[in-house]
Design a protein around this ligand. Structure first.
Ligand code: THU
Ligand code: ZN
Length: 337
């Protein structure tokens, strides 16, 4: 399924068929409630839409909502300087029938996350039922007072307001899609070059992370970390898995994973020999989409070095706030400081 499309004009007739198709990509074994979401940004001459679905996890807090899946596609593809123009969400349980009139309203946390990237506080949110009923509301009526980076980080809020002024330039949709999904083999230098083109939304920590997953169907899928002001954002692993779910024919699994980390701002740049190990939650959701917990996972350093261990072994190296980085020498992990 396409996870990005371009439009000259936007109306219900053009979005609704795509939104319904997107929803069928949802992975909802726990609830049976499938969600499809499309986030719209304005370009110089038209609009771009980015699609997402809900992706459930045995650990419920690690589940990705449809809106968050669409955010993953949007930020991985366009970077952090984005401003959402409108949002479309559809959801329902298949067993309730296609005439169900129950509208898929956005949960509180999705409202909050949309507010963090909205072009203006009053962008339209269109929540839909399977029957086609649409409830069209201004975001600030759904969430009157949102918490923002203004509350605690002046620098982040300045970055964010600059981003809102940036209009997305017109770009070829196929080129955009290649930022997140590629179908040809990639060696390590090619993966490094690809990751180098992507940018996390890291206004809170000034720490970037990009994950690229190799799937058993020959596809590679990337995702970047997406932070928000209330610390309920998406890890790079969640973003990559969200994009894999919306874009791939069901039945795929991850065969190998690659991780790129970077740090800037006050935190000081990451040393060339340092990596930031994945969190246990990132490993948990990776495990859910891998055939086994011994798939190889490679952390790559800026100096050309890197280290490969199994997904399971990386679990022992979960980062802590004061030991978030680890050093690699000649392909081996140095003991923790
Ligand atoms: N869900 C969404 O995708 N978006 C929302 O804002 C509401 C809830 C999903 C999460 C979970 O997979 C299922 O719907 C039931 O909560
Ligand atoms: Zn939600």
């Amino acid at each position: 399924m396409d996870f990005v499309r371009s439009f000259h004009t936007l109306d219900e007739k053009t979005i609704m068929p795509w939104l319904r198709d997107v929803r069928m990509q949802a992975y909802a074994p726990a609830s049976g409630y499938r969600v499809g979401a499309v986030l719209i940004v304005k370009t110089a001459t038209g609009f771009l839409g980015f699609a997402g679905v809900n992706v459930e996890s045995i650990e419920h807090r690690l589940s990705i909502h449809g809106e968050e899946g669409a955010l993953s596609a949007l930020v991985t593809t366009l970077g952090p300087d984005v401003a959402i123009e409108s949002a479309w969400v559809i959801g329902g349980v298949d067993d309730h029938g296609s005439e169900s009139d129950m509208v898929a309203h956005c949960c509180g946390n999705c409202r909050q996350q949309l507010a963090g990237l909205a072009r203006t506080p009053d962008i339209r949110v269109r929540n839909c039922a399977l029957s086609g009923r649409v409830v069209d509301t201004a975001l600030n009526d759904l969430l009157p007072d949102s918490f923002s980076f203004d509350n605690f980080n002046a620098e982040s809020s300045a970055l964010r307001s600059r981003a809102i002024e940036t209009i997305t330039p017109d770009q070829d949709v196929n080129d955009l899609a290649r930022r997140a999904v590629r179908n040809e083999p990639h060696d390590i230098p090619a993966l490094r070059a690809w990751a180098g083109e992507l940018k996390s939304l890291n206004y809170a920590s000034h720490t970037s992370q990009t994950v690229i997953l190799a799937l058993d169907n020959g596809t590679y899928v990337a995702g970047v970390k997406i932070e928000n002001a209330v610390f309920t954002g998406l890890s790079a692993m969640q973003a990559a898995l969200a994009i894999a779910n919306v874009s791939q024919k069901p039945g795929w699994s991850v065969t190998e994973a690659f991780v790129f980390s970077e740090r800037g701002g006050d935190a000081g740049a990451l040393r060339g020999d340092e990596i930031m190990p994945l969190s246990l939650s990132a490993l948990q959701i990776l495990n859910e989409f891998s055939k086994s917990s011994i798939i190889p996972l490679t952390h790559l350093c800026a100096n050309g070095d890197g280290m490969t261990m199994t997904l399971a072994d990386w679990g022992a190296e979960a980062p802590r706030m004061h030991h978030e980085t680890r050093r690699i020498r000649n392909g081996l992990l140095l003991s923790a400081a």
